[in-house]
Design a protein around this ligand. Structure first.
Ligand code: SAM
Length: 471
């Protein structure tokens, strides 16, 4: 029985409700009056529910899809401006006891080296990341209670935050580790993590169990209810995601929104971010064996719909996507991207990108400097900001910043200040020139005169060697 307020996975992601939703969407995909009504509701910028969203996903009328893209673009500009937050993943360990059939770290894979970074190696990786200019990391580890216990993750977070290197420091560590207990989530919260990210992979229970045949991750309910435990443990920024390609995308999309509605209904705050990974080639993984791959057009439609359905939720695109696909979806509502990622354990310290222990092939292998310049040339402001989390603006406090429209007086200057730091400390001459021109232009887009004056003063101080200002 469907109940968004229930704490039971099979009630808040109710299989029958998803099927009914898909049938309703199919019936109405050419119902122009209903579609117009849904688009009109979306224009109010208060989001759409999973049923409404599924009708738009099923709809193939070009004119309506164009209207959806235009609206996604407008909502992105209104809520996030032209800022794109930058981050990088950091793989700590690929030891894993699970049997996920799409992931090369599955425990039966005997021909990849298993590596667990020591604290000294983590330090070296972080310094390499800081030397590129990164300030925000997402740490990744396989699930292995013996090799990667929570104590190892906590110690690693402590190490990462403790490293001051030249002008740099990692200011926000997001965590992507397997579902765990309330007690462990509390420990992660106390360690000062930003977002806790856990991809559902698939919401379809039967498929989920087949795709995760062995190991603790096999337990669908434990995995699906993880975000409730994380919130109970005090983490109020959580990141959802589906691994597209495993199951029918329409099913996943409806269920993903139901998950977001559930978090809102129970905890009063929806997901902080949604990620949209697609399956990629990896060591012993051939993405073509999964029947449900989605093409770039469908992928773009999903991105646009997420922006319209959950306007306050950030959207993350990783280097699984190529420069070309990234260019296609950035204007549709993406708020965060990774740059210069290495998806292998210990990869950042290597001269040449190592492939041996990679979790997946990256499609965008440009340097951070190249990604930053490309963003700016495309009219975006790359932001290395971590201020909200450090000012305690998480969960509903962050949402209220969005909802009151204060983002432009807060996030916009913070983006310019952190970009300025990046340009001074890490950028090539060419990128710096592009960036300085961008800052000179964008400073005028801070609406509040006082905030603008403070921002200008801080930019001058950064040029004089001072660091770490924030609104
Ligand atoms: N072991 C943790 C877990 O299971 O949540 C860590 C997360 S893992 C490093 C990050 C994500 O990468 C997984 O949740 C999965 O969605 C994705 N992933 C795994 N194999 C992949 C592949 N072949 N292509 C693309 N993404 C993949």
């Amino acid at each position: 029985m469907y109940n968004p307020k229930s704490l039971k996975a099979e009630e808040f992601i109710c299989h029958e409700e998803v099927l009914d939703t898909l049938a309703y969407a199919e019936e109405n995909k050419n119902n122009v009056a209903l579609i117009d009504q849904i688009i009109a509701k979306a224009k109010l910028r208060k989001g759409l529910d999973h049923r409404e969203a599924s009708v738009l996903l099923a709809c193939e009328i070009p004119e309506k899809i164009n209207a959806l893209y235009a609206l996604a673009h407008q909502i992105k500009l209104d809520f996030y401006g032209n800022r794109i937050v930058m981050f990088a993943p950091l793989y700590l360990s690929n030891y894993c006891v699970n049997g996920c059939v799409y992931c090369p770290y599955h425990h039966q894979n005997k021909h990849i080296p298993r590596i667990k970074l020591t604290q000294e190696q983590i330090r070296n990786e972080v310094i390499a990341l800081q030397d590129m200019g990164h300030k925000r990391l997402a740490i990744e580890a396989g699930e292995d209670p013996v090799n990667n216990p929570i104590e190892y993750i906590l110690e690693s977070i402590k190490t990462i935050y403790s490293i001051q290197h030249k002008n740099g420091a990692i200011r926000r560590v997001n965590v992507n580790i397997a579902a765990t207990t309330v007690e462990n989530y509390r420990k992660l919260k106390e360690a000062g993590i930003g977002t806790y990210i856990l991809f559902q992979e698939t919401y379809h229970k039967e498929s989920y169990e087949k795709l995760h045949p062995t190991g603790p991750k096999h337990n669908y309910a434990y995995h699906t209810e993880a975000m409730d435990r994380a919130m109970e443990g005090g983490i109020d920024d959580v990141g959802l995601g589906v691994l597209f390609g495993l199951e029918l995308y329409k099913y996943e999309f409806a269920a993903l929104l139901m998950h977001a509605e559930h978090l809102e209904a129970v905890h009063g705050v929806g997901p902080h971010t949604i990620s949209v990974p697609r399956i990629k080639r990896a060591d012993d993984i051939d993405p073509n064996v999964f029947d449900n791959g989605i093409d770039d057009e469908t992928f773009a439609k999903i991105c646009a719909l997420i922006r319209v359905c959950v306007p306050y939720t950030g959207m993350i695109i990783s280097t699984r996507e190529s420069q070309q696909v990234r260019e296609k979806v950035l204007p549709l509502g993406v708020s965060q991207i990774s740059g210069a990622s290495r998806t292998s354990v210990g990869g950042y310290c290597e001269e040449v990108r190592p492939h041996e222990s990679e979790q997946f092939d990256v499609s965008d292998s440009r340097t951070l400097d190249e990604v930053v310049r490309w963003l700016m040339e495309g009219g975006y402001i790359p932001s290395f900001c971590t201020a909200c989390y450090r000012e305690g603006r998480t969960g509903d406090r962050f949402m209220s910043l969005c909802k009151t429209g204060q983002i432009q007086n807060c996030c916009h200057p913070n983006a310019l200040l952190t970009l300025k730091e990046y340009l001074m400390d890490y950028a090539s001459d060419e990128t710096r020139a592009v960036g300085e021109a961008l800052i000179a232009k964008e400073i005028h887009n801070i609406p509040n005169e006082k905030a603008k004056a403070i921002c200008e003063a801080h930019l001058g101080s950064i040029a004089d060697g001072k660091r770490d200002f924030r609104f």
